[in-house]
Write a protein that binds this ligand. Structure first.
Ligand code: NAD
Ligand code: UDP
Length: 352
């Protein structure tokens, strides 16, 4: 097995997968809130393969039991249906607090619930960390920088967020979650880590959660029009999931208590990115033996720009490089090809 490499196979993982045998002093009891979501499930895989005891806490709002079902029955694994808005008691050594919907359509579906999840959920998990003396890591976001006036964004930039717009429930929720985190750190000595995650994509992303990478790949694979919002001149920088998981685990096990950006510096306009995805989907289909003459020409169509959509976004990852010795290893081309193959297999088995 390759717990610390990039070659985990999604198809062969099971509760019978050999996990590393750790001595009791090295084996941690780890709580992962939001562990049934996209990022959480990849983190759970890695922590399980590393030999830790993992408890997933999730209310399955945007996550699904199937993302981690391959571990059900393993003695090191436990899954609990629980809403983090309510307190939860467990003995643990580390908490990765990820629970929160991350895609704009999902987090805007019930804005008040999103803020409650960020505020009360983080308060409850910090209370748990205080009681158990567990180390606490929160998955914050590049959205705390809002529509940035500084480019690329370093951690000491305070951000430019509309506090009353449709994205505020998420952006301000995460900002207050960070404030709470440092409040507990200063007042109660809770050992904290803050990851500011930039746009991340990869297999197991809910194909219909509305985020751009999954939208574009699914549209192109199905031969549908690709929907670019606005003129497509806004930029994003895309990070592959394995790089993020490396970064999260490195951060948790480092001494860095300041916020750390985790993201890939490869910046694309959304229009450029749509063209790249279209090219890569075509490449994979041809490599898989499909006659190019039978492939439909995919059109790129424009749709209205959502309110407060940030114009540009790229991480300054100097801090992660210097303090964690971390940098992304997956190029966007490599990652998108992997994801195309994953969705293609899902489409073939009829589950997309
Ligand atoms: P996701 O929607 O796939 O996962 C979120 C998980 O949290 C789901 O399993 C969901 O059911 C669970 N959840 C939501 N509300 C809950 C609640 N009240 N109680 C318990 N569980 C709850 O999203 P993701 O992309 O995996 O994001 C995970 C974390 O990473 C989030 O905190 C998100 O803000 C952060 N993040 C993600 C990205 C990204 O690009 N994927 C970027 C920045 C930050
Ligand atoms: N976007 C797009 N077409 C889509 C989905 C999203 O053009 O089908 C754009 C969206 O307007 C934004 C960017 O892609 O500018 C990233 O959107 P996403 O929802 O993935 O993440 P976020 O806006 O939170 O960075």
């Amino acid at each position: 097995y390759h717990a610390d490499s990039n070659s985990i196979s999604y198809t062969t993982l099971s509760r019978f997968s050999p996990v590393r045998l750790l001595s009791p002093s090295n084996r941690k009891r780890i709580l992962v809130t939001g562990g049934a979501g996209f990022v959480g499930s990849h983190l759970v895989d890695r922590l399980m393969l590393l030999g830790h005891e993992v408890t997933v806490l999730d209310n399955f709002f945007t996550g699904s039991k199937t993302t981690v079902s391959h571990w059900v029955g393993h003695p090191n694994f436990e899954m609990v249906r629980h809403d983090v808005v309510e307190p939860f008691m467990i003995e643990c050594d580390q908490i990765y607090h990820l629970a929160c919907p991350a895609s704009p359509p999902h987090y805007q579906f019930n804005a008040v619930k999103t803020i409650k999840t960020s505020f009360m959920g983080t308060l409850n998990m910090l209370g748990l960390a205080k009681r158990t003396k567990a180390r606490f890591l929160i998955s914050s976001t590049s959205e705390i920088y809002g529509d940035p006036e500084v480019h690329p964004q370093p951690e000491d930039y305070w951000g430019h967020v509309n506090p009353i717009g449709p994205r505020a429930c998420y952006d301000e929720g995460k900002r207050v979650a960070e404030t709470l985190t440092y409040g507990f750190h200063r007042q109660d000595g809770v050992d904290v880590r803050v990851a500011r995650i930039f746009n991340t994509y990869g297999p197991r992303m809910n194909p219909y959660d509305g985020r751009v990478v999954s939208n574009f790949i699914v549209q192109a694979l199905k031969g549908e029009d690709m929907t670019v919002y606005g003129d497509g001149s806004q930029t994003r920088s895309f990070q592959y999931i394995h790089d993020l998981i490396d970064g999260l685990i490195a951060l948790m096990n480092s001494d860095e208590t300041r916020p750390v950006n985790l993201g890939n510096g490869d910046e694309f306009t959304i229009l450029e990115f749509a063209k790249l995805v279209r090219e890569l989907v075509r490449k994979v289909q041809i490599e898989d033996g499909i006659d190019p003459a039978t492939l439909r020409d995919i059109q790129i169509v424009h749709r209205p720009m959502p309110t407060d959509d940030p114009q540009k976004r790229r991480p300054d990852t100097t801090r992660a490089k210097t303090t964690l010795d971390w940098q992304p290893r997956w190029t966007v081309r490599m990652g998108v090809e992997e994801m195309v193959r994953y969705y293609k297999a899902k489409l073939a088995e009829g589950s997309l």
